[in-house]
Design a protein around this ligand. Sequence first.
Ligand code: ADE
Length: 250
Amino acid sequence: MDFTVLSLFPELMASFFEHGMISRGIEKELIAGHCINIRDFSTDRHNTVDDRPYGGGSGMVMKPEPLKAAILSAKKRAPESQVILMTPQGTAFNQKKAFELASNNEGLIFVCGRYEGIDERIYTTLVDEEISIGDYVMTGGELAAMVIIDSVARLIPGVLGSCESSKSDSFVDDRLEYAQYTRPEAFENSKVPDVLLSGNHEKIRLWREKSSLQRTFLKRPDLFEKTVLSAEEKTILMQWCQEIEALVRA
Ligand code: ADE
């Protein structure tokens, strides 16, 4: 999968592609990261990429010509790529969207705006999708593009160390991930639950299912509204209720 980022600060993105899991994915040739400097496509001798808004008002607007030329240049390498504009006005990014983008084998081109925004005519002609990473406004789209590339890249088979690693992630099936423990077995008066040391795979699976449900119930009960409870989940939650009841009555 090809990730291309169009930005006025390509060095920011270059450093992102050079670290951690992303750089390992690139080394393994499972993903590729390209940065394009929008300023390289300006057409005047001052390398201008922005101008005052028609109609007046504060701030500057990114000019359409350099943006169009930068997008077309990115498309030359991967013609079927999807062009995504990073903007707080876009649809909200979530894990479901990450899966959807990860299934696009052609590649993704991220357009990162700066200043007050980009010329409207780019939205309507060259952008396939607008995405926001949350209801707040940042000074540019680069951090948003990093968030999306990071969460999409880790879903591409082989990018994470173990192919199991992303299956139990939070938000897969609208549940939070279960509690995890590692050595030491005892840490500051707190012991790893016995069942995790038992080697009984079915019991461990049920314990994790319960842990995931408890965490979802306590931290993100809104997620239960998205997916109906399975028969097993209902049983586990009923048992938990009984445990709480026994505790209260004791
Ligand atoms: N650019 C500025 N703020 C943003 C946001 N919340 N999401 C995506 N791109 C942005």
